[in-house]
Every structure is written in structure tokens, then in C-alpha cells.
Write a protein that binds this ligand. Structure first.
Ligand SMILES: Cc1cc2nc3c(=O)[nH]c(=O)nc-3n(C[C@H](O)[C@H](O)[C@H](O)COP(=O)(O)OP(=O)(O)OC[C@H]3O[C@@H](n4cnc5c(N)ncnc54)[C@H](O)[C@@H]3O)c2cc1C
Length: 325
């Protein structure tokens, strides 16, 4: 059931077993499992999940290989509602802890915004990350191709790039060092674009030249092509470089500011968890792209199952302690 803005007061005093921040692949999976353990859950999601930008999910067992992420989300939401889960379209600003409960402060509505607070015993942080894209004057031009044949994830789409002329748009020297050899597993035809964002060291330039990788340091003006298929990259000096595919590696923004009141163990922007996705706080779980691991839909969905099962086990154990055998 979707909670409407006008009904917020009815739910703000309820203590949910778990509140899930983020309704992407991970959050929806956690919600479905929690409800099926006969626990109460609320998913708060601001929308536009990373899965939403995924135009074709090629590698998920059992789904047609052109499944758009938005279909997966629509179906997942429907499944969650069928088991009576609560959904709210809102932005989680802050979480605090009080008497064994979490207070989740949420902003609801872009216009006439209402601020409200929900309560829960457990938190599942499923708010993911979002990729930094090349900053062009016309960002619509980037969105026309990103997620189609201008990819952001080599694990997801390396296979789509096999043997093709690939434009690799890097955000830093570190990203070139980290990615170039793995990318060359799929294709040897790589042109690296720095978009004029950083100076490359002479040592790296030499290694790249020795291995026949071209480097372009002039900023990009626009991506060329049609029907969401990029076929070239135009530089600000008018030069056009033909490509058949592309990979962006410019880092990510981590959606975790609402957890700032907790001194959770992290690795960079990612949260460190145990094998059941529990963070260093015993009642905060982190799943999907936000935790250290592999950023894949199948992992996010699996993490949802793990975190919900552990929450159920915790609550089950607590309730048994009340009635010793
Ligand atoms: C273009 C593209 C192609 C991809 N292709 C593939 C592929 O082929 N195969 C594959 O396995 N993976 C692919 N991925 C990766 C995959 O999309 C992610 O691994 C997966 O979506 C992670 O799920 P998640 O639930 O962790 O996060 P998300 O799906 O990103 O969901 C997080 C949700 O939390 C919300 N949120 C964030 N902050 C807040 C807040 N403060 N309050 C409320 N809500 C909040 C976000 O808006 C979002 O809706 C691709 C990703 C992209 C971008």
C-alpha cells in the first residue's frame, strides 16, 4: 500500500519492525522477504533508482536479456504491495536513535513539502549510489546515450563491448589504472578521454602508448549518434572520433548522508557489513550498491533476502527469550 501525503499522521506513531531506505532492487527484495516473515516494513524511496537508469538488464537469471530496470521495479513494487508492505515516496533526511528505536525523518512532496518522522526497530539502508557522468553543457545529450551503448558498468556490459571501438571516459588517473587492463579483456580498440579534467602523468602516458591505447585530453563537446546509439564523440575543437560503444568511469555519489549520526565502519563511501549485511551497528543493515561488494542487481536482491532473514532471526530470538522453555 502506498501511503499518501494526507494520511501520513496515521502511520507516524506506528513502530515498524524495519524501515527500508530505498526502493530499488535491494530495498524491494528486503521488503518482500520481511513481509513474508510476517514482519511490518515501510520502504521510503525518493525514486529514480540506479536500476531505473538501467535500460537493459542482460545478465539476470530467468529474465529476458532486454528487460528494462523500470519493469523490474514495477514488478517488484507490485509483489511488495501484494504482501501488504507499506511504501512512501519521500526523501530520508536523517536518522536518530532513541530508546531502542530509530526515528526516521522524511521530507514528503516537492511542493508544499511536509516533514514527518517514522519509527522502526531496524533500518535497512538500501539507498545505493549514482554514477557521475561527463559534465557537458547539454546534459540531455549525455542522457540520450548513457545506459544504452554508453555504459557505466564493465561487469554488466563488458560483453556488449567485445571487439568494438570503445571510448573510455575516465574521471582520474586512478580510474585508468584500475580499469584499463580489465576493459582490454573485452576489446583492444580503446581510446581514453580525460575530458580535460586532469593531467595525466608522463609515466602513465608512456605505458598507454606502449600498449596501443590512444589518449584524448581535449574536452568533449558532445556525443553523436541517433536512437540512443552513440557512434562518435565530438571534441570542443571540432574533431570527431568514431566509436561503437563507450564506458564511463568517473566515480559515484553515495546516498548515505542520513546515516551521519552513526559512526558506522566504512570503506570509502561504502558501508562494511558482515555476511548477513549487518553493519557495525547491530540494528542497521546495508545492502546493494551502498555496501562493499559487487554492484549488481542479483547481489542487491540477494542482500535483501539476507538482511530480512537476519532481522527475522533476531526478532524471533528476542521473542523466545520472553517465554523460556
Ligand atoms: C546504466 C546502468 C546499467 C546497469 N546495468 C546492469 C546490468 O546489466 N546488470 C546488473 O546486474 N546491474 C546493472 N547495473 C547496476 C544495478 O543497477 C545496481 O547494482 C542495482 O540497481 C543496485 O540496487 P540498489 O537497490 O542497491 O540501489 P538502487 O537500485 O539505486 O536503489 C536505491 C534507491 O534509493 C533511493 N534513495 C537514495 N537516497 C535516498 C534517500 N535519502 N531517501 C529515500 N530514498 C533514497 C534512490 O533514489 C533509489 O531509488 C546498472 C546500473 C546502471 C546505472
Amino acid at each position: 500500500m502506498e501511503i499518501k501525503k494526507k494520511d501520513l499522521d496515521q502511520y507516524s506513531n506506528k513502530i515498524y519492525d524495519a524501515i527500508i531506505i530505498g526502493g530499488g532492487a535491494g530495498g524491494l527484495s528486503a521488503g518482500i522477504y520481511l513481509q513474508r516473515f510476517c514482519l511490518s516494513s515501510l520502504i521510503i524511496d525518493k525514486g529514480k533508482a540506479r536500476s531505473f537508469w538501467m535500460q537493459e538488464l542482460h545478465n539476470y537469471l530467468g529474465l529476458p536479456s532486454d528487460t528494462p530496470g523500470r519493469n523490474l521495479l514495477k514488478q517488484g513494487k507490485q509483489q511488495y504491495e501484494e504482501v501488504n508492505g507499506h511504501l512512501l515516496n519521500g526523501y530520508v533526511e536523517e536518522i536518530t536513535e532513541e530508546d531502542e528505536h530509530f526515528l526516521v525523518k522524511v521530507k514528503v512532496g516537492r511542493q508544499n513539502t511536509i516533514e514527518t518522522t517514522f519509527k522502526a526497530k531496524y533500518i535497512v539502508a538500501a539507498s545505493g549510489i549514482i554514477d557521475h557522468l561527463p559534465p557537458l553543457e547539454d546534459m540531455k545529450n549525455v542522457f540520450d546515450y548513457a545506459g544504452y551503448n554508453l555504459h557505466v558498468c564493465m561487469v554488466c556490459d563488458g560483453y556488449e563491448m567485445v571487439g568494438k571501438k570503445c571510448g573510455f571516459i575516465a574521471g582520474s588517473e586512478a580510474s585508468i589504472r584500475e580499469m584499463i587492463w580489465n576493459l582490454s579483456w573485452f576489446t583492444p580498440h580503446i581510446t581514453i578521454f580525460t575530458h580535460g579534467l586532469f593531467e595525466m602523468s608522463p609515466e602513465l602516458k608512456e605505458i598507454l602508448a606502449e600498449n596501443n591505447f590512444s589518449v584524448v585530453e581535449t574536452p568533449i563537446k558532445q556525443f553523436l549518434g541517433h536512437d540512443h546509439q552513440m557512434s562518435g564523440i565530438e571534441l570542443i575543437d571540432g574533431t570527431i572520433i568514431k566509436v561503437e560503444t563507450g564506458l564511463i568511469s568517473m566515480g559515484s555519489k553515495y546516498h548515505n548522508t542520513y546515516l551521519e549520526n552513526f559512526d558506522l565502519e566504512r570503506k570509502g563511501g561504502n558501508l562494511i557489513t558482515d555476511k548477513m549485511c549487518r553493519t557495525s551497528h547491530p540494528r542497521i543493515f546495508a545492502i546493494g550498491d551502498l555496501k562493499v561488494g559487487l554492484n549488481q542487481v542479483v547481489i542487491a536482491a540477494g542482500d535483501g533476502a539476507l538482511s530480512a532473514t537476519q532481522i527475522w532471526r533476531d526478532l524471533c530470538r528476542k521473542s523466545h527469550h520472553k517465554q523460556p522453555l
